[in-house]
Design a protein around this ligand. Structure first.
Ligand SMILES: [Fe+2]
Ligand SMILES: [Fe+2]
Length: 193
């Protein structure tokens, strides 16, 4: 198994949460009310799973490995991905500011930008960046990355991915979004869940 397969399967969980966030935004606008407790659940997922769990595997491990095998961090696809991670963080700050002032329109604009940007980002990683990574370094590097992923998760008592997988599953139930079948995330299931 390639280490990037784990990241692609994490993307599937993130995409499900984005579908739910989209429904939350529509519901908030329709009811002209922002439920702060639910917004906090989305912030927890985005900041602690999409960013701290997933993006840190990319920024601290995958991109560094790609750089070791000759890909620039300052220009080209890795630089674009890093820039988009920053854009996402700014959208979340915008969503938080809007929530504080109960500004539904502001929340909606930032959330919609975030959802569109991240879906596009994930598409580019799955279809361009990860294949590029797999072509740029040898199998031994992929195996090392996978071991590093395990180490990162072990530092968190191996519960982080499981907790956020369950959180996304519950959100999907609430917003009537079909959740992932085990067969869609076979590597994540056998390695981390
Ligand atoms: Fe990324
Ligand atoms: Fe990613």
């Amino acid at each position: 198994m390639k280490a990037t397969q784990i990241l692609t399967e994490e993307h599937k969980i993130i995409l499900k949460a984005l579908d739910c966030l989209e429904k939350f935004v529509l519901e908030s606008k329709a009811q002209n009310e922002l439920d702060a407790a639910i917004a906090e659940i989305f912030f927890d997922f985005i900041e602690n799973f999409a960013d701290k769990t997933h993006h840190s595997k990319e920024e601290d491990l995958l991109f560094i490995a790609m750089n070791k095998y000759g890909l620039s961090m300052e220009m080209g696809p890795i630089a674009v991905m890093l820039e988009e991670h920053e854009q996402g963080r700014n959208c979340v700050l915008g969503m938080k500011d809007a929530l504080e002032s109960s500004n539904i329109e502001g929340f909606s604009v930032n959330a919609t930008n975030f959802i569109g940007m991240l879906r596009n980002h994930i598409y580019k990683e799955d279809n361009i960046l990860y294949p590029m990574a797999n072509n740029s370094f040898p199998e031994s590097e992929s195996t090392k990355l996978l071991n590093d992923f395990h180490e990162v998760e072990a530092l968190n008592g191996n519960i982080r991915i499981r907790n956020f997988y369950n959180l996304a599953k519950n959100l999907c139930k609430k917003y009537e979004v079909p959740f992932l079948a085990d067969s869609e995330i076979p590597n994540l299931k056998s390695e981390f869940l």
